[in-house]
Structure formats: C-alpha cells, structure tokens
Ligand binder design. Structure first.
Ligand code: CA
Ligand code: CA
Length: 448
C-alpha cells in the first residue's frame, strides 16, 4: 500500500513537471512580429487574429505586434503589449469596431504613428474624412476612415505619448459643471474636455418666472473652425443638452420674446458652410415648452417636402433701358433702379432693351433669392415689448456669383396662424451707394 502511494506521488510530481514545461514551451505568446515577415496572406491574417479580437472579417492588414507574455515564470504577472495595425474591412462593419468607444478630437491622436506599416501589398493613402476614438480607461486608440473601411488601431499597455496639445484660451467659467454633459451627449472622451469651447452664455426667462441660463458650446471636429454647436439650458433641476447641428462655422444666439407670451425664445444663427455667397446659414427659433426645446421656426426647413425655404415675397421684372423693378408681394414695396453695368447679357441687348429671353419669364420670377438669411436678429421695431426679426438675403439675376442686391425683411410672429409673416421689406441694389441707407437701417431696425 505504501508502495502504491509512493508511486502515485511520483506520478503526480512528474505530471506537474510536464505541465509546467508545456506551458513555457507552447503557450508563451511573447513575440515581436511585423506583418511584412509573412509571405502568405492567410498566415499573415491568422497570426494577427491571435493577438487582436476582430469583431468583423478582416480583408487585409499590416501590423507590428510586440507582446511580452509574463504569465509563465516564477512570478506570473500581467502581460505587456503594444500592437499597431492598419486593417481593411467592409465599410458597413466599421460600427462593430467603434462600439463602446469614446470620440476624440483629431488633434488627440498622432495619425502618423502607423506610417511605417505601409507596404506594397496593402497601402493606404492620406484620406480625407476620419473619426478618432479611444476606449474608455484603456490605451486603445482608433482612427477610422468610414468611407474607405480603413481602421488604424493601436492597443497598448504602455504609455503612448500624445501629440503636443495646443493650449487653448479657455478661462474657467461659472458654467464648467455642464461641460461633462456636453461631452457625454456627443460621446466624447473626458480627455477631449480640453478642446470644448464655451462660446456664449446668457440668462433669460424661458418658461417660468425664474431665470434660465443658456450656454452655447462648440466642439471642434475639423480644425479649429468647424465645430458641433451644443446648447445647454439650465432651468430647474435637470439641465437640457441639445446638439443643434452636425457641424458649422459660426454660431450665435439671442434670447427674445418673439411670440408675445412673455417668455424668451432662443434664436440661433449658424453659418453651416460656404455656398459662394454669404454662407449657408441655418436659422432656428426655439421655444422651451414642456421641458423640451421645440422649434417655432426654421429656415431652411429640410424636415418638410415643400416650402423648405421661407418665402420673403420678393419679385423682379425687367424693362427697356437696363431697368429693374423689385417688388414685395406682402408689403406692397416697390423700387425701380437702372443698372450701371450695361453689358449685353441674356436679358438685355446692346442697346439695353430686353431680349426675348425674358418673355414668359418676365413676370417677376427672375430674381434668384439666396435661401439663407445672413442676418437674423431680433429687434423690437415698434417698441411694444415683443420682438420682430430683421433678416437679410443675397439676391442674383444671372448667376449666383452675380449679386444684384440685398433683400431685407422684418418678420413678425403671427399668433393666429402660428407662422412668421413679412411686415416690412426693403431692397438695396448692389451698385447703389447705400452707406446712408445702411446707417438709417441700423438706426431704425438693427441696433435697437
Ligand atoms: Ca415667447
Ligand atoms: Ca415689437
């Protein structure tokens, strides 16, 4: 019996010994491998899959894997790794790779850190539109080119030096406590806080007798200029956080009561991008109702099929002698002027007589009006405590670059039909000296 037990102890010891040996010989995952060392494509991708979890099929990849397996040895410890890979997948699969990640602003990742992986077999050129991500609380970084299906990924247990951060002039604000709300709403990593700008803040009565605070933030997403505008409204206990646009260049807001209910609306004016004229401005009037930001007025309003652009009612007819007549259908405004530029064009012959080109069209529909208001500002033009809105639009006759004048209107909220209406109109031909008229406009309408 003793003999049997002794044999068992020996057998167990041998077994244990052998297991340890197996672990060190076949399960040690330590490596320092470049994808360029594989001639075979399938082997190259198979090796990567041992170190990188792929949530979708990898079509191609180049990589450098450094892995120190510390699980064996006398004192097992956590392993270290630093893996850089550029991966090609089907563009539709990109969301599988970014799930659960936080966004970063582009300047938080040095996207040249993958350059040395580029090979003749799989190369990626400088691409335009990229998104930047980080896994929360981990050193996992992603640069994604969504339209190309290219993913640049780095996972590491080591410290990765970040690009030198540009120190932005952002003074501490009394509203700093709301910044996390904006980052969370946009899905940004807390480390991106450094880049979030507080653009504007104002206090008004939005929905109750107590004051509300409105704060406009800008999250730069493309250089310094192009940003996502986000608004926080602090009114009562739960602050509201609204993403106003996917992106734009210049954003500003005003608080003013435009519907006459005694509470301020929020008028927002964005320059969403260039359009060859004064910029593609999106203008919105929000009302705080039932704890939500509700749109009272939008221009242009892409949520509707028709009447996308608010019609300010201007028309133009032409007559002999380079003569132009602008009218407004809502206010009875009419202004006739003769253009100084007397080039022959589709509408006028060399003598300045109208050509046949205008026949059938010369019924006032000739004037092209920019769909965007480049001025959109609340002004109480009649001093009754309810604000009107002053707007301005570029107009053109022949082509968009050929500005024929600027159309101004005063809009007023019509309580009866719940729409904006044009209560005043003016048109300033591009060629006329209008310094004095501008001054009177500013004095009468704009600066009040
Ligand atoms: Ca109001
Ligand atoms: Ca008024």
């Amino acid at each position: 019996m003793l003999w049997v037990m002794a044999m068992l102890v020996v057998a167990l010891s041998l077994n244990a010994c052998q297991q340890t040996k197996d672990t060190t010989s076949t399960n040690d995952r330590s490596t320092d491998t470049w994808s360029s060392s594989f001639d075979d494509q399938a082997e190259k991708l198979a090796f990567l899959s041992e170190y990188l979890i792929a949530p979708s099929e990898i079509l191609d990849a180049e990589y450098h894997i450094v892995y120190h397996d510390n699980s064996g040895g006398l004192i097992p410890g956590p392993s270290d790794w630093d893996i850089r890979a550029v991966i090609k997948v089907t563009p539709e699969d990109i969301p599988l790779w970014t799930a659960g990640m936080n966004k970063l602003v582009p300047r938080q990742i040095d996207n040249t850190m993958w350059n040395d992986l580029q090979s003749q077999r799989f190369s990626w050129e400088e691409r335009g539109y990229a998104l930047y991500y980080k896994r929360p609380d981990a050193r996992t970084y992603l640069v994604v080119y969504p339209y190309d299906g290219i993913i640049m990924k780095r996972i590491s247990t080591m410290y990765i030096s970040q690009p030198t951060e540009v120190v932005l002039e952002s003074d501490a604000s009394e509203y700093d406590e709301y910044r996390w709300l904006v980052l969370e709403k946009l899905g940004y990593d807390p480390s991106a806080d450094h880049f979030l700008r507080e653009k504007q803040a104002a206090t008004g009565r939005l929905a109750s007798a107590t004051d509300s605070t409105v704060i406009l933030y800008e999250m730069p997403v493309y250089g310094d200029m192009y940003h996502i505008p986000v608004m926080v409204i602090v009114s009562g206990n739960d602050p509201l956080c609204e993403v106003l646009l996917e992106g734009g260049y210049i954003s500003e807001f005003f608080l003013a009561d435009v519907d006459g209910d005694g509470y301020d609306e929020i008028l927002i004016h964005h320059n969403a991008g260039g359009n060859g004229g004064a910029g593609a401005h999106v203008t919105t009037v929000y009302k705080l109702a039932e704890g939500k930001m509700q749109k009272l007025f939008v221009n242009p309003d892409y949520s509707v099929d028709e009447d996308v652009v608010f019609n300010t009612g201007f028309t133009m007819t032409l007559s002999d002698g380079w003569t132009h007549t602008v009218e407004n259908q809502y206010t009875g405004y009419s202004h006739t002027f003769v253009r100084e530029i007397r080039n022959e064009n589709s509408y006028f012959d060399r003598q300045g007589n109208i050509t046949g080109y205008t026949e059938g069209e010369n019924d006032g529909k000739l004037l092209g009006i920019d769909p965007f208001f480049f001025i959109f500002k609340p002004v109480d033009v009649d001093n009754d405590g309810v604000f009107e809105i002053v707007t301005a639009q570029y107009t053109y006759l022949i082509g968009r670059s050929d500005c024929v004048g600027i159309a101004y209107t005063v809009l007023k909220w019509n309580k009866e039909n719940g729409r904006m209406m044009v209560i005043n109109a003016n048109f300033w031909p591009d060629e006329e000296e209008y310094t004095e008229r501008w001054q009177s406009f500013v004095d009468e309408w704009y600066m009040q």
